[in-house]
Design a protein around this ligand. Structure first.
Ligand code: GLY
Ligand code: MN
Ligand code: MN
Length: 440
């Protein structure tokens, strides 16, 4: 878990970068109706949680570096025992101060009376427009109020700055405890994938396998970091297939893209394996190409290499492999140049990973691919997807979708694969599936 001390350290660091005379306003996400009286499970906004460790909805953090009467203010729901009987415990303003280390806390219903006063004394406001449209309107209203008072001598903040540049750069570099949390999330994701392999049999349904993943996530107190993708046969060629409702056929592959979230940190792991436990010759041939592409890409995850190096490496291996198998025709170098592989490999090799599964952080700096540095975590996830009916491609390849995805930490030297516990060689997968689930 991330400690309260670390949350405090993050706030201090951000305030140092903001400087005196500025204020940051960071709302959390709103609760969202699923249907009538039922809400979607609430998940705090990542930026807000990163700075507060506070998991309740209806809250706004305010940072005012150098403010005499407290630099960290938390607006949150008040304690209300009658309400809490229905909807669960609340920290209340007292808890915000005592437990979450706010210098001061106010009921969120009072924010309209308090915040304009705080804005008046600042010349720079750090606030990200667009992420919370309803709250945007309120911020604009408060600033207009102050403008109207300008004739009466009130000062108006003259600069609005998106907080993302500072905050998202901080989030890109993971601390030791963040890496620990992410390793734990990845380990639990791997347990889910292993359990899925052990349970999988022809004629089972995709949702039964989803249940196996959930079993491992929930028993570790975690939730899925994103809707699990459990796609058998040609469903594996749909990148974000989440219906998970088909019966799995003997002779098909099953692609599972599922990650656990722990303390608001995601893992993101994909494995592809045969429903019946044995790869066919065609499946094995393609699988080995993707696996080799992934190995080549992971090798590039080193400090000093640029963000795109793993992608370049995987494209090279995938294209050569597709040519060798007769799926692409021509010279690999020319095919890479005209991006012929994109017909079968239409996504990129990875993304930053952290509190958000597609995590924040710039991929380019000054127009150039960013250099990898220790502490960054990214996914490496090459794949090949041969849609059924692909013209000019032999029928035996149709409907095969393969992706292999791991979570990789950039270190001083060797790449550190956080999700290495999930089997991925043909031999390991076939051995695990032949053994089945160990007796409890
Ligand atoms: N699970 C989404 C992705 O792999 O990017
Ligand atoms: Mn991914
Ligand atoms: Mn994924």
């Amino acid at each position: 878990m991330i400690t309260l001390k670390e949350f405090a350290r993050r706030r201090k660091q951000l305030m140092r970068m903001m400087g005196k005379g500025s204020i940051a306003i960071i709302p959390t996400s709103a609760e969202c109706i699923r249907n009538r009286d039922v809400e979607f499970p609430f998940r705090a906004d990542s930026d807000f949680y990163y700075l507060t460790g506070f998991r309740e909805p209806d809250a706004v953090a305010v940072l005012a570096p150098g403010r005499k009467h407290g630099e960290y203010l938390l607006f949150c729901r008040e304690s209300e025992p009658a309400m809490e009987t229905w909807t669960g415990r609340r920290a209340g303003t007292q808890g915000a101060v005592d437990t979450f280390c706010a210098d001061d806390a106010f009921p969120v219903s009072d924010i309209g009376e308090i915040l304009p006063g705080l804005l008046e004394s600042c010349d720079r406001v750090y606030y990200t427009m667009g992420a919370h449209p309803d709250f945007d309107k309120r911020v604009i209203d408060w600033v207009s109020q102050i403008r109207q008072g300008a004739r009466a001598g009130l000062r108006t903040p003259d600069r609005f700055i998106s907080i993302e540049h500072l905050l998202h750069d901080m989030r890109l570099y993971k601390s030791r405890s963040e890496v620990r949390v992410m390793r734990t999330a990845a380990r639990v994701a791997c347990r889910g994938h292993l359990r899925a392999m052990q349970a999988c049999r022809p004629e089972m349904t995709e949702y039964e396998i989803e249940a196996e993943l959930l079993h491992e996530f929930r028993r570790a107190g975690m939730v899925p970091a994103y809707p699990s993708i459990v796609g058998s046969g040609e469903n594996g060629c749909i990148l974000h297939y989440t219906e998970n409702r088909d019966r799995m056929r003997d002779g098909d592959l099953l692609l599972i893209d599922a990650g656990a979230e722990y303390d608001c940190y995601a893992s993101d792991v994909t494995r592809t394996f045969p429903v019946n436990g044995r790869f066919s010759l065609a499946q094995k041939a393609l699988y080995e190409v993707v696996l080799a592409a992934q190995a080549a890409a992971i090798k590039q995850v080193r400090p000093g290499n640029h963000w795109n190096a793993p992608h370049v490496a995987s494209v090279k291996v995938l294209t050569r492999g597709l040519v060798k198998l007769g799926i692409l025709k021509g010279k690999p170098a020319a095919l890479i140049k005209k991006e012929a592989y994109r017909r079968f490999y239409m996504h990129r090799t990875g993304h930053w990973l952290g509190m958000d599964v597609h995590d924040v952080g710039d991929y380019k700096v000054g127009g150039e691919w960013r250099e990898l540095e220790p502490g960054m975590v990214l996914t490496v996830e090459p794949g090949i997807y041969i849609a059924p009916g692909s013209r000019g491609v032999a029928k035996k390849w149709w409907g095969i979708g393969i992706r292999i995805e791991d979570d990789v930490l950039v270190t001083k030297d060797e790449p550190d694969v956080l999700s290495k516990a999930a089997p991925k060689t043909v031999a390991d997968i076939e051995a695990v599936m032949a053994a089945g689930r160990p007796a409890a």
